[in-house]
Write a protein that binds this ligand. Structure first.
Ligand SMILES: [Zn+2]
Length: 81
């Protein structure tokens, strides 16, 4: 995954990961690992299973593009209910 802060790819590690209450959205804390040459920043990602079980959405909460932000708004709505 691309770091939203420094833009490097494949330097992130999952710090914690757990499903939300309804178990269709997975929340993960990721860290841009300094050990792998990253910047040490941390961020959260949500992964949702939509359309018959395919994982088709994954984005950080510091998302930089419009589509990701739209998906994230839906994620937050789903998490609230
Ligand atoms: Zn980084």
């Amino acid at each position: 995954m691309k770091c939203p802060v420094c833009g490097k790819t494949n330097v992130d590690v999952v710090v914690t990961g757990r499903p939300t209450e309804n178990r269709t959205v997975f929340r993960r804390r990721r860290e841009c690992s300094k050990d792998l040459g990253g910047c040490g920043s941390r961020w959260t990602t949500y992964e949702a299973m939509l359309f018959g079980g395919n994982i088709c959405a994954s984005g950080g909460d510091v998302g930089s593009d419009h589509n990701t932000n739209e998906i994230m708004e839906e994620m937050h709505t789903a998490v609230r209910h």
